[in-house]
Design a protein around this ligand. Structure first.
Ligand code: CTP
Length: 392
């Protein structure tokens, strides 16, 4: 792993990044720009990486040890973090005016950049055009994130945290086991309107389904994500269709179904909706009120018996008790290939939590995933799906 550090205040995070990359098993060699040296010393990065840090093309001793072309060849992955606006511009235009830019031009390894800059520099049309060019050429752009900036402003332009960058890289390096397959995922809650200001919803955050969509895309699948009302960014490379109600989710899933190899029903679809949606806001009265509900279509069950049934249909079950019995019951009743069951009502797992733990049941087997991040569990589920499908 060749880590390029360019000049920006976020360069101080590069020290932590080197440490975490090594913890994740990578051998890291660092190249700094001249400007980066004003923010962090080569000595720090050398101590953490365990290799001499290179800055200049004209360092004869370093060139004799490992020439720049050799270094470009050695790299199996290049990450530029932080990537300043200037470095992005130089990479986009193929400059070779310092060691880092030259290496990026000379390497055959995939390149990822983690931009970090003032929000106005980030928003500038020149920066955005440079990024578009880089993306077009297959450079992975990781971040930036929004928040408070070192310059005191608030906005987009903060470098992604080192831990998140390491996870991003791990996803980029995932073997493309789902290449050539199409995967349809539903995620999030549904909202069933009662009147113009009220609805019936649930606590699903959508994170598990979004993580599955992200992991499937990272594994090379062409992913369509039907998302209920959630506040989550669209995972890279995923086609997203936003819906609100169970009926909208049903229609969107059926429209996208032909040609899908996989359906993962991670959405917490409402089982009931109000029979009538009041056109005007309902007014209270003194006595108790009654809301009459009707069943919605079970999208998952319908997908599993549809003529265009995907080869692999995976459902989710959230249960508070008798998890296996209920989950296996749903596996049979809905004719699924697998069902991922999680226990809800326990701290730190299930709805609205960062982490999760679940058990996947299928005919003749079961496998536990987690406890761990929803991202790592999603990677496990995707690996299981890839095993089941085989190559496209
Ligand atoms: N599901 C669906 N359409 C619905 C309801 C649920 O596609 N109208 C899917 C979910 O996406 C999930 C699975 O079915 O994959 C959940 O199963 P379900 O039996 O509906 O779970 P619960 O709603 O918890 O039902 P129960 O009250 O039977 O436990």
């Amino acid at each position: 792993m060749l880590l390029g550090v360019s000049g920006g205040i976020a360069a101080y995070k590069s020290a932590d990044l080197v440490r975490r990359l090594r913890e994740a098993g990578a051998e890291v060699r660092v190249v700094m720009t001249e400007a980066a040296q004003r923010f962090i010393t080569a000595t720090t990065l050398q101590a953490l990486s365990g290799h001499p840090v290179r800055v200049s093309m004209w360092d004869e001793a370093a060139e004799a040890a490992m020439g720049h072309i050799e270094l470009a060849r050695w790299a199996s992955q290049v990450l530029v973090a932080p990537a300043s606006a200037d470095v992005l511009a130089r990479l986009a235009h193929g400059h070779a005016d310092d060691l880092l830019a030259t290496l990026c031009l000379a390497t055959a390894a995939p390149i990822a950049v983690a931009p970090a800059m003032n929000r106005l520099m980030w928003a500038n049309a020149a920066t955005q055009a440079n990024l578009a060019l880089l993306r077009q050429r297959g450079v992975a752009v990781l971040g930036p994130e929004a928040g408070e900036q070192a310059c005191g402003e608030v906005g987009e332009g903060r470098m992604r945290e080192p831990a998140a960058l390491v996870a991003d890289l791990a996803a980029l390096l995932v073997p493309k086991r789902l290449a050539g397959h199409r995967v349809l995922v539903s995620a999030g809650p549904t909202y069933e309107d009662i009147d113009p200001v009220r609805f019936l919803g649930n606590r699903s955050s959508g994170r598990m389904g979004f993580a599955v969509a992200e992991a499937a895309a990272a594994a090379g699948a062409e992913v369509t994500l039907v998302a209920g009302p959630v506040k989550l960014p669209t995972p890279p490379g995923v086609r997203r269709i936003d819906v609100r109600s169970a009926a909208e989710l049903h229609a969107a899933v059926l429209a996208a179904l032909p040609g899908q190899a996989v359906y993962v029903g991670a959405a917490a679809v409402a089982d009931y909706r109000p029979v009538e949606v009041a056109e005007r806001k309902l007014k209270k009265s003194d006595g108790p009120a009654t809301l009459v509900l009707e069943r919605t279509v079970d999208v998952l069950a319908e997908v599993a018996r549809h003529p265009a049934r995907p080869r692999c249909v995976m459902g989710f079950a959230a249960e508070t008790h008798d998890v296996e019995a209920y989950a296996r019951g749903k596996l049979e009743a809905k004719r699924l290939d697998a069902i991922a069951a999680n226990r809800v009502g326990v701290e730190g797992s299930g709805f609205d939590a960062e982490d999760n733990a679940l058990v996947l049941y299928w005919h003749g087997g079961e496998q536990a995933f987690g406890p761990g991040s929803k991202r790592s569990i999603a990677a496990g589920l995707v690996a299981w799906i890839a095993d089941r499908l085989g190559p496209a």
